[in-house]
Design a protein around this ligand. Structure first.
Ligand code: ADP
Length: 560
């Protein structure tokens, strides 16, 4: 996968993951909120309807009781005092004053069976005293039923009022009272139907019995039909447009008392709670989205880094494979070269022996020949040493522990570094212990570890310094120390030294795998790798390898 394709892939993964996260977390939240909102609104409306229904039923009770009480009062006067006593205007006036403390009625009148006003006490004495009611609706009704509450009507006095009238048993006399319309209206005015609400009474023909609070026009036939229908259902409130409406029959079913509550006003506090809810859900949604984005970025970022690390590891392994291949090639080339070199050296030796047997005087340039042969032997010797080192470096098959001479193993690798060290003006000091027991290790792997430690030391020192390479016996182990006078190991470096991919080197130079792999190698062979800071500055890395023969003891330190 190219870098761009990989970036596109991870960007897509991030988007998808965040999307799934958001959908899984936010959608149920929104559905829940939506359902809860609907449920709460329904139950809120239900609650308000119930309140309105109860209010209507209570108020009906008050109004019906008031009208019944007025009727009972008149019936009581009629039977207690008798019509003849009441026809006396003065007595009627005293009765009116004595019993009408609350001002519920405005006048009292006694009417005979022919409809003549026989006595009257009230503010309309002039207008009403000689009035004949024989043609009035209420008169006919009361003569028929004995009791009657009229609708509100302007009547002779041209002022809206309603009449309560009661006849005696043989329908000869009628006692009639005019209910104070202000008092009657006040029975409904105290009903709390909230702002924008309404409360009124209409008769079945739609005529106002009490005024609409909102100055509404007379109800339309459709509204009237709705009120009648609601009244038939016992006053149960229903939703109609943006109002809750309750209507209930009063005055023996001749009137409809209507209570209206404005839904927006009733839902005001619910809407407030909803707004709060919505704000909380919105904040939660934003938080979820944020968390989704942050979490996704970090998770996919980690995955991406892990993938990158993996590819670095794969590259590194590939590099190692390549190095191993080159090592094997070098070994075979060294092997091939070694034999001819040996032959050249032998032949040079033979030539030298033969020449020594010759008569020296016959050899004109004897001295030069010997010098040349010496040079041939020296150079073939040097070439031989190089090929042997190369062979040693790559000969041993990997993964097989064997007994090795630690000093020899150290020297073979350290010698390869001589040139590199000189380039950095770094001195390699050997302090190999004498008579050390053989150590058990995979030589090729050991060389890899030593190489890595020396490389790190050179990188740490940079230029001008020294690396001390020592071997010693440490209990039942053979140890090798590599002490440099570089900057040493900081706290963070010490903590993460063996972490894979931990490196402080510039990109492209370090992989952070060297010490991780080295420690693995050592532990596989039953050995150990340690690192510490030296008191005099710099770092010291030590290898501990199992000794092959524990009985052998270390000798005196030997400087090479
Ligand atoms: P790399 O060499 O690729 O960085 P290593 O695992 O070999 O990976 O080393 C890890 C880190 O340890 C190095 O980047 C360096 O910071 C630190 N380190 C290793 N050897 C030394 C040393 N001799 N002196 C100071 N720091 C060292």
């Amino acid at each position: 996968m190219t870098v761009r394709a990989r970036e596109a892939f991870y960007a897509k993964q991030k988007f998808l993951f965040a999307l799934v996260f958001v959908v899984v977390a936010v959608v149920p939240l929104l559905i829940l909120n939506f359902n809860a909102a609907r449920f709460y609104q329904d139950s809120w409306i239900e609650g308000t309807s119930l309140e309105l229904t109860t209010l209507a039923r209570d108020r009906k009770e008050i109004i019906d009781r008031f009208l019944a009480a007025e009727e009972d009062l008149l019936a009581g006067y009629l039977s207690f005092f008798g019509p003849h006593a009441l026809v006396d205007g003065q007595r009627l006036g005293r009765l009116f004053d004595a019993t009408n403390r609350s001002g519920a009625i405005t006048d009292l009148g006694v009417i005979d069976h022919l409809g003549w006003h026989r006595a009257y006490h009230g503010p309309f004495e002039q207008a009403l005293s000689n009035e004949n009611y024989a043609q009035a609706d209420w008169f006919a009704e009361v003569m028929k039923g004995g009791r009657y509450v009229s609708d509100v009507f302007p009547g002779v006095r041209q002022v809206p009022h309603l009449v309560v009238a009661v006849a005696d048993a043989d329908r000869r006399w009628i006692l009639r009272a005019t209910v104070n319309s202000a008092f009657f209206n006040s029975l409904l005015e105290s009903v709390n139907v909230g702002p924008d609400g309404d409360a009124f009474i209409v008769n079945r023909r739609g005529e106002w019995q009490t005024p609409s609070r909102r100055g509404q026009d007379v109800p339309s036939p459709a509204q009237l039909a709705l009120f009648a229908d609601l009244a038939d259902r016992g006053g149960k409130a229903v939703r109609s447009g943006d109002h809750l409406v309750s209507a209930i029959a009063v005055n023996d079913g001749r009137w409809l008392m209507v209570l209206k509550s404005s839904l927006p006003a009733a839902l005001a506090s619910y809407d407030e709670a909803r707004r709060l809810d919505t704000a909380v859900v919105a904040i939660a949604t934003v938080l979820i989205v944020l968390v989704a984005v942050v979490l996704t970025r970090s998770m996919i970022g980690r995955l991406e880094r892990a993938e990158q690390d993996r590819s670095v590891l794969v590259n590194h392994m590939g590099e190692m494979e390549k190095m191993a291949l080159i090592g094997r090639l070098a070994a075979s080339v060294a092997h091939e070269i070694n034999n001819p070199l040996q032959l050249i050296a032998d032949q040079a030796g033979l030539m030298r022996d033969l020449m020594e047997d010759e008569r020296q005087e016959s050899l004109l340039h004897a001295e030069d020949y010997f010098l040349a042969l010496g040079k041939i032997r020296t150079q073939t010797g040097r070439a031989g040493t190089i090929t042997r080192r190369l062979l040693g470096f790559s000969h041993a098959p990997e993964g097989r522990d064997m007994e090795i001479d630690i000093n020899q193993a150290l020297e073979e690798t350290v010698a390869l570094f001589e040139h590199e060290a000189r380039r950095h003006r770094i001195v390699l000091l050997r302090r190999y212990g004498a008579n050390l027991p053989k150590a058990i290790c995979d030589p090729a792997r050991l060389q890899q570890v030593i190489l890595n430690i020396l490389h790190n030391a050179i990188d740490a020192i940079g230029k001008d310094g020294s690396i001390e390479i020592a071997s010693r016996l440490a209990g039942d182990r053979v140890a090798a120390d590599f002490a440099d006078n570089g900057p040493g190991l900081s706290g963070t470096v010490l903590t993460h030294l063996y972490d894979p991919f931990f490196t402080t080197k510039p990109k492209g130079k370090g992989t952070g795998l060297g010490l991780y792999v080295s420690r693995e190698i050592m532990e596989k062979s039953g050995g150990r790798l340690t690192a510490a800071n030296r008191q005099e500055g710099g770092a010291v890395f030590s290898l501990y390898l199992p000794a092959a023969d524990r009985r052998q003891t270390g000798g005196a330190e030997q400087r090479v």
